[in-house]
Design a protein around this ligand. Structure first.
Ligand code: IPM
Ligand code: MG
Length: 367
């Protein structure tokens, strides 16, 4: 089949890692008989420099014409001035909203070979295999009013956690559907002892649950969840939560796997239901732009490559191909290949490009 993929490399190591994801996709294309056509667009700091905007209309148009979007990273110290009117991160928030990417999937799976890299005890993280489903276009990030003003008693600012029933229901459905395809446990995380929006969330979770009798639903307060993620992370299967809660919990959860350099993410505009269903989505590594190592062939491309695998699965309906990419990554790690960030004694240190080539080669060989 033929697919159109929008590539938005962004800043820092973004171009380094998206190049390798593309290399791997090309190999998937030749090994499995598909063809991928790429259209690139600007986003983030590089786009501010060129066009004065972190997300130009042309980029949105490119994305809308494609089957899926692969993004590198945005941001860097050059654009960190707190008084700047626009920041690279604005591009990320805007593209999520513009493309309706309401469901952010962040899987955290322990790579056996990285057990030593985590700051927790290996026996605590050994069985970690969880998926956080973060609501991405509502809640505290986007709710109105959101402003700053001056009063006679000094400056004030407000952000609002606003949710409609429709927004809560659709994200919960994503959680239930994913739980169905996994170990069938869904933990809905809220702050229902304090927040009204959380009480509505909890009520709707119970209502939606009646359509999913095979899934065990439990509710957890966000503070308790933060604790349990460290104490007993293997407890979790799928977690579904509000935008800001999800932002915080996913940084915490990513540390269970030892390295942020390895974790992919998907942001979907639809509800993935069953193996063959497809939803438009944007795929990006969890890690940031790491400007200190940009362009030096040092970045770990695995998160970007695994993001491409999620794209194959969720947006292109190519599950077999997605599995092949994941298997190839595991194989290459098994054989001792390591980029600098995950290097340990006795392993083979490789650069960004060699890592991409080695993974692509495994796919070519049928792993
Ligand atoms: C993330 C990031 C973004 C967020 C920032 C860069 C705006 O932290 O994707 O988790 O807060 O959503
Ligand atoms: Mg974050």
């Amino acid at each position: 089949m033929n697919f159109n993929i929008a590539i938005l490399p962004g800043d820092g190591v973004g171009p380094d890692v998206t190049n390798e994801a593309r290399r791997v996709l090309d190999e998937v294309g030749s090994s499995f008989g598909h063809s991928f056509a790429y259209k690139s667009g600007f986003i983030g700091g590089i786009s501010i420099d060129k066009f004065g905007s972190a997300l130009p209309q042309a980029t949105i148009d490119i994305c809308r014409r494609c089957d899926a979007v692969l993004l590198g990273a945005v941001g860097g110290p050059r654009w960190d001035d707190p008084s700047a009117t626009t920041r690279p991160e604005d591009g990320l928030l805007a593209i999520r909203k513009e493309l309706g990417l309401f469901a952010n999937l962040r899987p955290v799976k322990m790579f056996k070979v990285l057990e030593d890299a985590t700051s927790l005890k290996p026996e605590v993280v050994r069985k970690v295999d969880l998926m956080v489903v973060r609501e991405l276009t509502g809640g505290l990030y986007f709710g109105r009013p959101k402003k700053r003003w001056s009063t006679s008693r000094g400056r004030r600012a407000v952000d609002s956690m606003v949710y409609t029933e429709e927004e809560i229901e659709r994200i919960l459905r994503v959680g239930f559907e994913l739980a169905l395809s996994r170990r069938r446990r869904l933990t809905s995380v809220d702050k229902a002892n304090v927040l009204e929006s959380s009480r509505l969330w909890r009520q709707i979770a119970v209502e939606v649950a009646s359509g999913y009798p095979q899934v065990t639903l439990d509710h957890m307060l966000v503070d308790a969840c933060a604790m349990r993620l460290i104490r007993d992370p293997a407890y979790f299967d799928v977690i579904v939560t509000e935008n800001m809660f999800g932002d915080i919990l996913t940084d915490e959860a990513s540390m269970l796997a030892g390295s942020m350099g390895m974790l992919p993410s998907a942001s979907l505009a639809g509800i993935p239901a069953g193996k063959s269903s497809r939803a438009f989505g944007l795929y990006e590594p969890i890690h940031g732009s790491a400007p200190d190592i940009a362009g030096q062939d040092l970045a770990n491309p695995i998160a970007a490559i695994l993001s491409a695998a999620m794209m194959l699965h969720y947006s292109l309906g190519l599950s077999k191909e997605a599995d092949a990419v994941e298997q190839a990554v595991l194989k290459v790690l098994d054989e001792g290949y390591r980029t600098k960030d995950i290097m340990t004694e006795g392993m083979k240190q490789t650069g960004t490009q060699e890592m991409g080539k080695t993974i692509a080669h495994k796919i070519k060989q049928g792993i």
